[in-house]
Design a protein around this ligand. Structure first.
Ligand SMILES: [Cu+2]
Length: 430
């Protein structure tokens, strides 16, 4: 069959449910490359999941099928430091990325180091990691593989096959360590500290958003909220949904939002149903130089990954927006900005109308509360970062305006209507 002869290094051949296509995931443009690590200090890698639709659960796996701990330096450009007392093993979310943590040994065990044995990278996610052969144990060869494990993104989610993406050969690195006994954990720890410090400096940029916000004149907030209002009254928030407009049609996607008052009650008239993206309808209108609180609610039985343009945002692990909703997993920081966050899938089927089902208790989603600073005027979008989903309608317009004036989208809507009218007239005339 076509593709049969292609090099493939799967540990599992997956399910041929994608038009019987053969799947290849390349690394740096190569299929199953050999990576020689020659430095005694190992290497620092940036791994970005640029596959539009697939989630990659990655590990380095030794010759004895054991995950090799690797040090996590940064997630989505934000440096990572283990919290004091953080459990050395377990599953955690760090800046929106699900990880299995592992004890840091072999020279990694500097203060604040965080090591992982598995990283769940959804589309658009990137990490910086530090790899060395130090944690190999007796009986393991210095040759390991970068493995993508079989991934299931939820009861109705996608089922991606496992495969080995690269061979990583540490033979020369081990030899370099052996021939330079002084190059041990001390120098590695020192360089690691430098790297982390450097990245922490770079990640300080999001703090500028807060500085800009605090120094810029804020427009007066609206006193009440009705559809069409730009901005939110003080204490109000939004609940932003991702899911399927028809719960039985799992390949059609949509978003919606509603406004909650200061007590967490839904503002009457603000409710929307999940709908396929429409550029000029149902968009969120925010005021420039303000920050909004959103609870992002995934009402589907499938993971999604929330992403917004023009601004980064802050995940709030302990913020419940007055309704008992809170991020159920630990994160390392609520003060560093991220540009995307994974959304756990709902427990249970929410129903054909997933929002109604959520409100009636038919299912239990895991909302993620975020703070979103709006610094830049203009129209942009928020969407799921899985290509199949945002192309399939899981996207919502966001307009940021300087005051409560009607957003440009109103005008765009008029233009579209006029063009449509003109075409209709031409068609009628033709
Ligand atoms: Cu999605």
């Amino acid at each position: 069959m076509p593709g049969e002869a292609l090099p493939r290094h799967a540990i599992c051949h997956g399910i041929a449910n994608f038009h019987n296509a053969y799947e290849l995931v390349t690394l740096g443009g190569s299929v199953y490359p050999l990576i020689n690590v020659t430095s005694a200090n190992g290497e620092i890698w940036r791994i970005a999941n640029l596959v539009a639709t697939e989630t990659l659960e990655l590990s380095l796996v030794t010759s004895q099928d054991r995950p090799l701990p690797i040090q996590l330096i940064a997630v989505n450009g934000v440096s990572v430091t283990a919290a004091p007392g953080a459990s050395p093993t377990g599953v955690t979310y760090v800046n929106g990325v699900r990880l299995a943590t592992a004890p840091c040994t072999g020279g990694f065990a500097t203060q604040g180091s965080l090591c992982v044995s598995l990283m769940d990278l959804m589309p658009g996610t990137r990490v910086e990691v530090w790899v060395t052969p130090n944690d190999l144990v007796a009986g393991e060869t210095p040759v390991v593989v970068l493995r993508r494990f079989p991934t299931l993104t939820g009861p109705i989610g996608d089922d991606w096959p496992g495969m080995d993406l690269a061979v990583v050969d540490f033979t020369a690195a081990v030899a370099a360590v052996d021939s330079h006994a002084s190059v041990g954990s001390v120098s590695r720890a020192a360089s690691g500290d430098l790297v982390v410090a450097s990245l922490a400096g770079a990640a300080a940029a999001p703090a500028d958003a807060a500085a800009v916000l605090s120094s810029s004149p804020s427009p007066p907030l609206p006193q009440s909220w009705t559809p069409g209002t730009c901005g939110l009254p003080a204490g109000y928030s939004r609940r932003v949904y991702v899911g399927n407009p028809d719960g039985t049609q799992t390949e059609v996607f949509g978003m919606a939002y509603e406004v909650l008052d200061a007590s967490g009650a839904v503002v009457p008239g603000s409710e929307q149903n999940l709908t396929f993206y429409a550029p000029t309808e149902g968009f969120i209108c925010a005021l420039q130089n303000t920050t909004e609180r959103w609870a992002v609610v995934n009402v589907a039985q499938e993971e999604h990954v929330f992403h917004i343009h023009q601004t980064q945002f802050y995940v709030q692990p302990n913020d419940t927006i007055a309704t008992g909703e809170s991020f159920p997993f630990s994160v390392m920081s609520a003060t560093e900005a991220v540009d995307s966050v994974a959304l756990p899938y709902s427990d249970g089927f929410c129903g054909v109308n997933q929002i109604e089902g959520f409100k009636s208790g038919a299912c239990v989603p895991y909302p993620i509360v975020i703070r979103v600073p709006f610094l830049v005027q203009g129209p942009f979008v928020a969407h799921c970062h899985m290509g199949e989903h945002n192309d399939g309608g899981m996207m919502i317009g966001v307009r940021v305006v300087a005051s409560g004036a009607p957003p440009r989208g109103m005008l765009a809507g008029v233009v579209v209507a006029l063009v449509t009218g003109a075409l209709g007239a031409a068609a009628a005339g033709g």
